[in-house]
Design a protein around this ligand. Structure first.
Ligand SMILES: [Zn+2]
Length: 175
């Protein structure tokens, strides 16, 4: 994973930035390095181990935005996996567990990632009526949403960053 994970002073993940900006933060005395990897960053002025995780020296107050539901975010929450049959790498769509025609709402607890095959099979039925079973109950992601949800989940696939992100989200298992 390219980039540098930036944590607030209280270790909340704030951003993923590029190496130049990360080094800028360090040179200004705004952040210090928590993790490096085996690569080396060289410039005219310095030669240092490549930073991969930074922590700000002071707490930065940021407003907490609301995590909005979107197709992309639901796919990411469900790890791009059909929540009925478990298929991956197939055409995916959004399924309303309780169909809209039956009063089901577009909210985190009623939408799941679904393959087009299962979606067609289920049609306008509830899972019980269609004889289908959800692999897990859909929930609103637990998440500190400074980083976009999809960016956050993709950052969490980096084993070096995962320990810093894990406390803030229900992460799908590493594959
Ligand atoms: Zn399916």
């Amino acid at each position: 994973m390219e980039g540098v994970l930036v944590l607030n002073h209280n270790y909340q993940p704030l951003n993923v930035t590029n190496v130049r900006r990360a080094i800028g933060l360090m040179c200004l005395g705004k952040a210090h390095v928590l993790e490096t990897d085996s690569r080396v960053f060289r410039s005219e002025r310095m030669e240092i181990k490549m930073p991969t995780v930074l922590r700000l020296n002071h707490y930065v107050r940021r407003p907490t935005p609301v995590l909005r539901i979107s197709r992309k975010a639901v796919f990411a929450r469900d790890n791009y996996t059909c929540q009925y049959c478990g298929a991956r790498n197939v055409p995916l769509t959004i399924d309303h567990v309780i169909p809209r025609e039956r009063g089901g709402k577009t909210e985190w607890t009623n939408v799941v990632c679904c393959c087009t095959k299962c979606n067609n099979r289920k049609g306008n039925l509830t899972p019980e009526q269609a004889g289908m079973k959800l692999r897990r109950k859909p929930t609103r992601p637990k998440f500190i949403p400074y980083i976009s949800y999809t960016k956050f989940l993709s950052a969490a696939r980096n084993p070096a960053w995962r320990p810093y992100l894990e406390p803030y989200a229900d992460l799908p298992p590493l594959q």
